[in-house]
Design a binder for this molecule. Structure first.
Ligand SMILES: [Ca+2]
Length: 231
C-alpha cells in the first residue's frame, strides 16, 4: 500500500466515523481524476489548493450542498451548506478546510504562479465581490503588467456573457491615486480607456469589453462579474 492509498484509506475511515453528516465520502483523493463523477457524486474543488478535484456525495442533511467544511484540526467533517450567505461561509472557511462545488459556470485560469476564478453565473457589487474572492483565499483581480492584462483579455474575450468585471483597484482618497486594495500598494501599471479615469467621486474600477477590456473608474454599487486572483 503506497502512502497516497494509505492516507486516503485513513481519510475515508475518519470521514466514515463522523456523526451527523450521513452518506458523505470522497470517491477519489486523486487530483488527476476527471471532472466527471459517478452517479450520486458531484465534483468539488479544495479551495485555495491548486488542481484538487474530488468527487463527493451530497450531504443528506442539506438540500443542494454548495460547500463542505472540514475541521483543520482533526479533519472531521463539520457540515455542508448553501453559499447563499457569503459571510457565514467566509467565517467557516478561515478556520476550516473548505471544498466548493464545481459547476460549469466556474472557470479557473492559470498564469505564472497566479490562478484566477470566475463564476460566470454571478454578478455582484464590489463589497460582495471582495467577500466572494476571500472564499477562495484570493482577492479581486489586479492586473500588474501588460503581460498579465493581455492574459486576462485573452481569457475574458473567450468567455461569453461577461462584459464588465470589477478590479481590486480603488481610489480611496478620490484623487486618482489608485491602490491595490488587498495590499494597499500604489498601482504602477494602468490600462485606462480613453478619457479614463473620469470623475473624482468613484471608488471602484472595472474592465470593460466595449473598450477592449481597458479600465474605467466607477461606483461600487453596480453589479458586475468578478475575477478573483490567487497568488
Ligand atoms: Ca495580478
Amino acid at each position: 500500500m503506497n502512502l497516497t492509498v494509505y492516507l486516503y484509506a485513513v481519510f475515508l475511515i475518519a470521514v466514515k466515523e463522523i456523526k451527523g453528516l450521513k452518506n458523505y465520502k470522497f470517491l477519489s483523493g486523486n487530483s488527476n481524476v476527471d471532472k466527471v463523477c459517478a452517479v450520486n457524486y458531484r465534483v468539488f474543488t479544495k479551495v485555495g489548493v491548486s488542481g484538487t478535484i474530488e468527487c463527493a456525495t451530497e450531504c443528506s442533511e442539506t438540500n443542494g450542498c454548495d460547500a463542505i467544511f472540514f475541521s483543520s484540526v482533526n479533519g472531521s467533517c463539520i457540515g455542508c451548506r448553501k453559499l447563499t450567505d457569503l459571510s457565514s461561509a467566509l467565517v467557516a472557511s478561515t478556520t476550516n478546510v473548505f471544498y466548493q462545488l464545481v459547476n460549469e459556470n466556474f472557470l479557473e485560469w492559470h498564469y505564472g504562479k497566479s490562478r484566477y476564478f470566475l463564476d460566470v453565473s454571478k454578478t455582484m457589487n464590489y463589497s460582495d465581490a471582495k467577500v466572494h474572492c476571500q472564499l477562495f483565499g484570493a482577492h479581486v483581480v489586479v492586473p500588474d503588467s501588460q503581460d498579465e492584462q493581455n492574459f486576462l483579455i485573452d481569457r475574458l474575450s473567450s468567455t461569453t456573457d461577461v462584459s464588465l468585471t470589477f478590479m481590486g483597484i480603488i481610489d480611496p482618497t478620490f484623487t486618482h491615486a489608485f491602490l491595490a486594495e488587498h495590499s494597499g500598494t500604489t498601482v504602477n501599471y494602468a490600462y485606462w480607456a480613453p478619457g479614463q479615469p473620469a470623475g473624482y467621486d468613484r471608488l471602484c474600477t472595472s474592465m470593460y469589453l466595449g473598450h477592449g477590456w481597458k479600465w474605467h473608474n466607477n461606483d461600487c454599487y453596480y453589479s458586475y462579474h468578478v475575477v478573483c486572483e490567487y497568488e
